[in-house]
Design a protein around this ligand. Structure first.
Ligand code: AGP
Length: 374
């Protein structure tokens, strides 16, 4: 059943709409609800013998390519917050090009849907040679990365066929949020925060179901953008990764140039691009960066920017102060889980843009599902 399209026209479409179920499967048996004298917690069987070593490591290094890298980037802030350990990011090919330093005291985390990506696999060999603890986060049981790491967590998102990764991305974020919860499990001061995140995880599939109702709205937006040359996506904090991933989805399937931009970098170059014609998605959902994003919106309005603002439900009126804009309203969840919600409308937009522009959704030109050569 996983490898037929069912009622859907394309695998990408099916996999986007499957996310409430794939997220449920990812979390199944791993979240402990707690009880009268038992705290809410997370159980990651594949890591339980290594958690002490991970907690003692000097640094956690996330390593991946493409969407898997973006998923790790989305999880980085919560891992830093709950573990108190510095977390650095490595694109696998870049780590190899630089032969960047990896130490015995490092925990390296290899994130890959296929578990077979050549660059990620070579970076794993490099980390093993350098004596680091190697953790695998993959969606493919028995894959090279799953076999060659010391320990790991399966994403359990189910088979992903569309070249554009969608359900694996959201499940990867959830696995890494659970990893952060497991590492931080022995810290009493963050217990309330951890319990709020666990409650948020239980609610997440329902919230994803809600955000999928934006399908028609995203189709309308795609109709509006069909002939554009380029689309920018601005995000920051938890949603910097959403900007990168949203832009990657748009470019890889709809073949429209798209760039994810860290909003904090706006004045250091990208602002020069802004005019009345270039469409810009600004992610401005409620979190600690919200007021900074409001100010970004005002500055873009001052340059007559053509804005599409993604905001929290109920914020539509207040978020576009200083000019007019199109709004995408999404349900609010715990800040570190918000990237799981926010990527969904952008996945839908990329999907509809591709169909409307007449391109191959599941097999974009020049791309392979798994990049097994360098
Ligand atoms: C995702 O939409 C892309 N097709 C691509 O970036 C992919 O995520 C990348 O090649 C990494 O693949 P992996 O997760 O299987 O390692």
């Amino acid at each position: 059943e996983q490898i037929n399209k069912g009622k859907y026209e394309h695998y990408m479409q099916k996999e986007i709409h499957e996310q409430p179920q794939s997220l449920t499967t990812t979390m199944r048996g791993r979240l402990i609800r707690g009880g009268s004298c038992k705290a809410k917690s997370v159980l990651l069987g594949g890591l339980k013998d290594h958690l002490k070593t991970i907690r003692r490591s000097r640094r956690i290094v996330f390593i991946g390519c493409g969407t898997s890298y973006n998923a790790a980037l989305a999880a980085r802030p919560i891992l830093e917050e709950l573990s108190g350990i510095p977390v650095t990011m490595e694109i696998a090919s870049d780590l190899l090009d630089r032969q960047g330093p990896i130490y015995r005291e490092d925990t390296t985390v290899f994130v890959s849907q296929s578990g077979e990506t050549a660059d990620t696999l070579l970076a794993l060999e490099y980390a093993l040679e350098n004596g680091a603890l190697c953790v695998g986060i993959t969606n493919t049981v028995g894959s090279a990365i799953a076999r060659n790491t010391h320990c790991g967590v399966h994403i359990n998102a189910g088979c992903e066929i569309g070249v554009a990764s969608t359900k694996a991305y959201t499940s990867q974020i959830v696995v890494m949020a659970m990893l952060a919860l497991a590492i931080g499990d022995d810290t009493i001061s963050s217990q309330t925060r951890r319990e709020a995140i666990i409650d948020g995880l239980f609610d997440l599939p329902g919230k994803v179901k809600e955000v999928l109702k934006l399908d028609e709205e995203m189709k309308d937006l795609a109709k509006l953008l069909i002939a554009e040359q380029s689309l920018l996506v601005f995000g920051r904090g938890y949603n910097y990764a959403t900007a990168l991933e949203g832009a990657l989805k748009v470019k890889e399937v709809s073949l429209m140039h798209s760039e994810g931009i860290l909003a904090g970098e706006m004045k250091h170059g990208p602002l020069a691009l802004v005019d009345e014609t270039l469409p810009i998605v600004v992610i401005a959902t409620r979190d600690a960066c919200f007021s900074k994003q409001q100010s970004v919106i005002q500055q873009l309005h001052a340059r007559k920017g053509r804005l599409i603002v993604m905001c929290t439900k109920g914020d539509a009126e207040s978020v576009c102060v200083g000019g007019s804009c199109r709004v995408i309203e999404v349900p609010q969840v715990e800040d570190c889980l918000q990237p799981v919600i926010n990527i969904v409308p952008l996945q839908l937009l990329a999907y509809h843009l591709t169909v409307l522009r007449g391109y191959n959704v599941d097999q974009p030109r020049n791309l392979a599902k798994s990049v097994t050569t360098q």
